[in-house]
Every structure is written in structure tokens, then in C-alpha cells.
Design a protein around this ligand. Sequence first.
Ligand code: F6R
Length: 365
Amino acid sequence: DKGNYRHFMAKEIHEQPEVIGHTLSRYLDLAARKAKVPDGMAVDFSGLTRLVMSACGTAYYAGLVGKYWFEKYARLPVEIDIASEFRYRELPVNPGEMALFISQSGETADTLASLRYCKAAGLTIGAVVNVPESTIAREADLVFPTIAGPEIGVASTKAFTCQLSVLASLAILAGRQRGVLTADQEAELVGALSEVPGLALKALALEARIEKLAPGLSRASDVLYLGRSTSYPLALEGALKLKELSYIHAEGYAAGELKHGPIALIDENLPVIVIAPHDAIYEKTVSNMQEVAARGGRILLITDEKGAEASGLADRDRILMPALSEIVAPIIYSIPIQLIAYHVAVFMGTDVDQPRNLAKSVTVE
Ligand code: F6R
């Protein structure tokens, strides 16, 4: 049932404040200001030497954001790869490592094969899954549910932000268990995450502004997305969403890679979407953006007030987000990225909920 929405995807985008709230309520103890695992579960990250992660598509991008979090907040090294590569790589794994797989459907063939590879090697298997009765959930030792509810639109939206919410919480938990985060630091991070549902609502309020940008973007034959750090996986996700929904060719790049090749593409016909909250590395991204501007590139900057001020760009070239703490930013910046792809596709008249050639659950390799 689409309710009052035109598409399942629109409904699912708008459900995010609620379903992220449901998901976080399982992983955060707000009274104690601590991260936790769902009731009845136990997990111990303390003695791990490495976390090995694998997934496909959007779920893989959630894992990539998770990598930055586990490494930063828990000093836990992460190895991550797309499952179709991971399963054939013959990655050496050792006791003392944990494996973590991420999947909305819990049925993706390559992700399942990667899980079985790690299981055969004797690792503890964790799975962040949305469908609790799925094969991946059944075969995992530790199931970390996302409480996104059924996702009908083929393009993943609410499952992605719920995956991010789980991974952020687990990274904080791991940070405490590994003696990296103090109680005060944990309390601050948990407090920040607890504000995500409200902030997601604020981000959704940008929809009318984003809808107005759609006609301009729809005329492009290619779009480049740039970001650094946790905004880099978001650039990849933005490009994937635009490709699959609008059939416009798009690529996500780490902003620092621009000068190593893709800068050759820049001209007045190539929109460049820059994802850059005003964080510790903002200045670096701005200098990449100036390289684009100097070559006549069309920039659309997604940033906050401080970032907008420092950018020197005109209002029409930016989407203004609320100021966010670092751990929250990737979750909330996902929303304008989803809305851009959605509105470009709606404007172009493509089949938003069922894009050509795609299946919701990829059970073949
Ligand atoms: C993109 C998308 C796909 C899935 C991928 C993994 O919008 O939906 O890239 O993320 O096929 O699917 P799951 O999460 O079911 O393993």
C-alpha cells in the first residue's frame, strides 16, 4: 500500500524518521547514554584483530561508511569488499576476526556465498539484515536486525539508513568494549545519534527545493558525485541511485581522486554534486570543488550553513543542510541524495519503483 504517495520509493523515503527511530531504539540505551545490542543478544568486539565485511550494492556502501566508523571510534581494522569479489578472492582469514555481512533481503547470492566462506573458515558470523527469516539471517551466528519494515521499491532507501544506524551503534559499542571511547565520549555519540529521527525530518523538508533542481539535472548525460571520508561512500551511493532510477550515467569518486583522472571530464555540461558537511576535511573538498569551478564545471554543493559560507557559491548552487555532528552526517546526507535521484526520475518519467533490468533480490550470481 503506497498510502498517499505516488511511489513506494517516496513512501519509503518518508518513512525514514520513524524506521530509523525503531531501529535505534534496539541499539541505544538512552537512559544510560550507551550503545547496546538488541535484548537477549551478546556480542564482544574487545579481542578482535579485524572485522571482515562484505555486501553488494547499496548495502556495500553502508558497510564502507561503517568501515570509517569502526576504525575511528573502535580502532578496529576493517577489511571490506563487494561480495562478488570477496567470495572468489581467497582472502586469508584468522581466528580472532569477526565477519559482518549486510543485506536488506538476506537472500543475495554473492553475499551468502561470502558468508559461507567465512563460516567454513571458522569465523563468528554477524549479519545486519532487514528480513529476519531470510537465509543470511538463519545462517549467521549474530543477527543485527534493521527495523526498516518491508522495502518494496527496488532502489534501497530506508534499509540503507537503517543499516547505517545499526553500524554506527555497533561501532560505538565496539569503541567502549575496546577501551577506545570514554563514557563521556560514548554518551555524546549516543546523544547525537538519538537526534537522527528529528534531523531526518528536517532533511525531508528540503524536498521542494530538490524537486526544483530535477529538470536541470535531467538534461545531463553524465553526473559526477564527489565526497571525502564518510561522504565518499555517499558519493558512490548517490551515483548508483541516479543511474538505476533515471538511467543517467553517474559516477561517484573520492574528491581527492579528481585530479588523478576524472577532472578531464569537467566542462559546462557535467553537473558535479559535492557532498561536504563542514567537518575536519571540508577545506580539502572545497579546494577540489574550486578545481571544478575553475574549469567551468556546474557544481551542486550539499553542505551546511558554515560550509556554504566558506564555499563562496551562490544560493542556487547549493542544498543547505542542518549542522550535524560527524557520526550523524552520513545518515542524514543520504536523504537529499535519495531525493535527487527520485525527483530526476519522476521528472523524466521512468519507472521509479521498478527500474528496467533490476530485481529487488539478486539470488543468482
Ligand atoms: C540499490 C540496491 C541494490 C542492493 C543490492 C544488495 O538501490 O537496492 O544495490 O542494495 O542488490 O541487496 P541486499 O541488501 O538485499 O543484499
